[in-house]
Ligand binder design. Structure first.
Ligand SMILES: [Zn+2]
Length: 471
């Protein structure tokens, strides 16, 4: 996936001497354009220690991708390292912390590329790069310059520090020591920087906000993680502390890595992360045929998807030919002459993720990815095939509901979708047309209580089905 660097960066900092460093890919799941690219920069490793940096970065990456949901979506990520040499090893430790009796560790002052230092802002374990101040040291600009020169299409960069003493920090570029807990520190920080999660310890009034895993809502009917209540330890837990407006805020779990790094991500955080991965990366890596790649097609014609599979593979595919279901949950199909009409034919495959990490059945928003092939079939055989790819983000909420139901969708190709609401007896109760980027509201108060199916159609092709509960 391409990360677009702000244009201003190139104007503001082009005076900095752009140093070219050795870049190596240590985890390659596929083409960088189709993956989330994590980039690890070295700090406090001398040139002679860069082989050790690579080993540390590989161990760090392996530990991280052994944890859910990175583990399940490992194929969606590439990891690269930029080998930035420092003049000396380690990180500064000035002995100026106010939360311990100093000197709590040997005092160190070393010459390193990004000037990492412990005791930042008076905290012994706060290992950070910006303690000299944004303007005087300009380390953040220096990091951005290294990235712009060496790996400009990064999605998230982080810094691995050559120190065995526990420490780390978050922000734009998470930083961690190279020891055992380093990868957990980084995962917690990526929770913030890549996945928009909040701390599940009270982060203070300034950082308190409505988010995936933080809310002021206490009603179990409308709280954003309502689908998870009572599952895997998810509940509505008041933040515990004595300062500020802490008592107004609630979190979904009491054992989440967003509270304490010796824990794992809770179900609510995992769901938010999987949603984010789906919004960044399409599971369709490639497909064939692409438009007009077949010059003189003969039967049978093969249509093939190359998908980025989660582990275990939870992707579901629905193939539709001329508005009729043709096949399900296969990556390729073959069409014979008798399958096609003379003239125009439309073949569509829609991909969704049925992972249990998402509460799919009654989840508010879901992603659908489609490939459509228009096949022009004459009496003399196929004249040509054109293809289109599309992504949809569809939301249907609240669900369950007893009065109003809202539909929202975002698509790069369709301005409208048709929605059929169908009873369990197969009868169509209501058909509506919903518009892109708008909230489309439907009153279903006259529906009988029970379960319905909502079918979403793009140009009369079924792309998704979701369960709706009227209560
Ligand atoms: Zn959580």
């Amino acid at each position: 996936m391409k990360h677009i660097l702000p244009i201003v960066l190139f104007f503001s900092f082009q005076w900095l001497s752009a140093q070219v460093f050795d870049v190596e890919t240590i985890k390659n799941s596929g083409n960088n354009d189709k993956r989330i690219n994590l980039v690890i920069l070295s700090e406090g490793y001398q040139a002679s220690e860069l082989a050790q940096f690579k080993t540390d970065a590989i161990n760090f990456t392996n530990a991280m991708f052994n944890q859910s949901p990175f583990k399940e979506y490992t194929n969606y990520f590439n990891v690269h390292i930029i080998k930035v040499p420092s003049n000396e090893s380690g990180a500064d430790h000035p002995g100026t912390a106010t939360d311990v009796t100093e000197p709590a560790s040997p005092i160190l002052n070393v010459d390193t590329y990004f000037n990492a230092t412990y005791d930042s802002y008076g905290k012994h374990r706060l290992l950070y790069y910006e303690i000299d101040g944004f303007s005087s040291n300009n380390t953040q600009a220096k990091i951005m310059d290294v990235l712009a020169t060496n790996f400009p299409t990064y999605d998230q960069a982080l810094i691995l520090v050559n120190s065995s003493e526990y420490g780390g920090s978050g922000g734009m570029f998470p930083m961690a020591y190279r020891g055992f807990w380093g990868n957990k520190v980084i995962m917690h920080e990526l929770g913030h920087s890549l996945f928009n999660l909040k701390d599940e310890y009270y982060p203070g009034d300034i950082l308190a906000a409505e988010a995936i895993n933080m809310t002021q809502e206490t009603d179990p009917i409308s709280i954003r993680w309502k689908n998870w209540l009572g599952v895997n330890g998810v509940g509505i837990y008041q933040y515990t502390c004595t300062t500020g407006n802490c008592a107004d805020w609630y979190k979904p779990h009491q054992n989440c890595i967003m509270e304490s790094i010796d824990k794992s991500f809770c179900s609510v955080c995992k769901e938010g992360m999987v949603e984010k991965i789906h919004s960044l990366i399409s599971p369709i890596n490639s497909y064939t045929p692409i438009s007009n790649s077949i010059t003189s097609p003969t039967f049978p014609v093969d249509f093939q998807l190359n998908l980025i599979n989660p582990i275990p593979n939870t992707l579901k595919s629905t193939w539709t030919l001329n508005a009729s279901n043709f096949a399900n949950d296969v990556d390729n199909i073959s069409l014979t002459e008798s399958d096609l009409n003379t003239g125009a034919n439309t073949l569509t495959v829609a991909i969704t993720d049925a992972t249990t990490l998402l509460k799919v059945d009654n989840h508010d928003a879901f992603h659908v990815y489609t490939v459509t092939w228009d096949i022009d079939n004459s009496a003399l055989g196929i004249k040509d095939i054109t293809s289109n790819i599309a992504n949809y983000n569809i939301a249907m909420y609240p669900n369950p509901t007893n009065t109003f139901l809202n539909f929202k969708f975002e698509s790069d190709v369709d301005n409208t979708l048709k929605v059929d609401i169908i009873g369990l007896d197969g009868k169509r109760i209501k058909t509506i047309t919903i518009s892109n980027f708008q909230t489309n509201q439907v009153d279903i108060s006259d529906f009988s209580t029970g379960i319905y199916l909502t079918n979403f159609y793009s140009k009369n092709i079924l792309i998704a089905s979701k369960k709706l509960v009227k209560n």
